[in-house]
Design a protein around this ligand. Structure first.
Ligand SMILES: [Zn+2]
Ligand SMILES: [Zn+2]
Length: 336
């Protein structure tokens, strides 16, 4: 069991694995060879039993799947157990209750998300929705974070077969809370969704607009923390990814493939993180957030990890970005 410890000085949380006794390896261990990949079709017995899969009538944990969701082999949080808050002298901690799942995005040994077909990316996006809907039934799961780590500098594991990670958390993370509070405050005095206003302004100004599809806009955010940071927003106001509709999934699959390909053309095989910014689970606190359905607007962030975080970022909590979002958008547009 891990512990979720609160840093009482900064009021931030850290998940500490209290069981692992293997010293960290420096430099990082090499990625697994293709023939040893446990995520390929036919090697289902090398992973824990699946939690969910898209299959055409085949039996669980056998070949014949399109997307497969399995528990993380080394979970940092466990689904069993009650959520317990404990004081440790001046410190606080919560037991590491949560879920830690891996979404295997294809039965074939493919390394780049954008090499999947539009249809296959659609299956992955549908799986995201299914897992969020399912995990929100559990009151202990306050926030479901789905993300991708591509490349070792972005924190990818030794398994390089394209996959996403899902971590269900017992508390809403600080960064999400900041976003929720910012959106609520804006709604409080304008009575409009902040993100809907951002979409409108970015389309009008166009200097940070990379492209727009029928249902999504792809921009480089005004205060991008990283060179070539990307923000993808649904044009239809929607507070939760759970509400995504079939046509939006089809459209988003194409948009995601297109922006990742563009990044590849411009930057090469750059390490990146992709993060789905969704609403928290509202079930544990009915009535607590009256306007969230109007004021929050789900979105996806992609952050290329070209430079390592420096002492400045660690010391200040804010970022130096050495390539403006306007130039990044223009470079990406010129490869369209
Ligand atoms: Zn593989
Ligand atoms: Zn909105």
């Amino acid at each position: 069991m891990s512990e979720v410890r609160r840093d009482i000085v900064t009021d931030t949380w850290v998940i500490v694995d209290t069981e692992n006794d293997a010293l960290p390896q420096v430099p990082l261990p090499r990625p697994e060879a293709a023939e040893d990949c446990p995520f390929d079709e036919g090697k289902e017995n090398r992973t824990p039993n699946e939690i969910y899969a898209i299959r055409d009538g085949t039996k669980p944990n056998t070949p014949g799947w399109k997307v497969r969701v399995i528990p993380n082999i080394k979970p940092i949080l466990r689904i069993e157990g009650e959520l317990e808050k404990t004081g440790v002298g001046v410190y606080d901690m919560v037991t590491g209750t949560g879920a830690n799942e891996v979404i295997v995005e294809t039965p074939e040994h493919i390394l780049n998300f954008f090499d999947l077909s539009d249809e296959q990316i659609g299956h992955v996006l549908r799986t995201y929705r299914e897992r969020i809907v399912d995990l929100h039934k559990d009151k202990r799961m306050r926030y479901i974070l789905i993300f991708k780590n591509h490349g070792r500098l972005a924190g990818a594991s030794t398994i390089i077969h394209t996959h996403s990670d899902l971590i269900a958390l017992p508390a809403t993370p600080v960064r999400i809370k900041q976003k929720l509070n910012g959106a609520r405050e804006y709604y409080g005095y304008k009575e409009r969704c902040l993100f809907c206003d951002i979409i409108q302004q970015e389309i009008e100004m166009a200097d940070r607009l990379v492209f727009q599809s029928d249902k999504f806009v792809v921009v480089t955010p005004y205060a991008s923390r990283f060179p070539f940071e990307i923000l993808i927003l649904p044009k239809r106001h929607s507070f939760s990814y759970k509400e995504i509709e079939h046509e939006e999934i089809v459209d988003l699959a194409q948009a995601l493939k297109k922006i990742l390909q563009l990044m590849y053309f411009v930057l090469g095989d750059v390490p990146y993180n992709l993060i789905l910014n969704d609403s928290p689970n509202l079930i544990p606190r009915t009535g607590y957030w009256q306007t969230i359905q109007q004021d929050y607007h789900w979105h996806i962030e992609i952050t290329p990890r070209i430079y390592r975080t420096t002492g400045f970022e660690l010391g200040t909590g804010f970022y130096i970005n050495r390539f403006s979002p306007e130039r990044a958008a223009s470079a990406l547009r010129s490869s369209l």
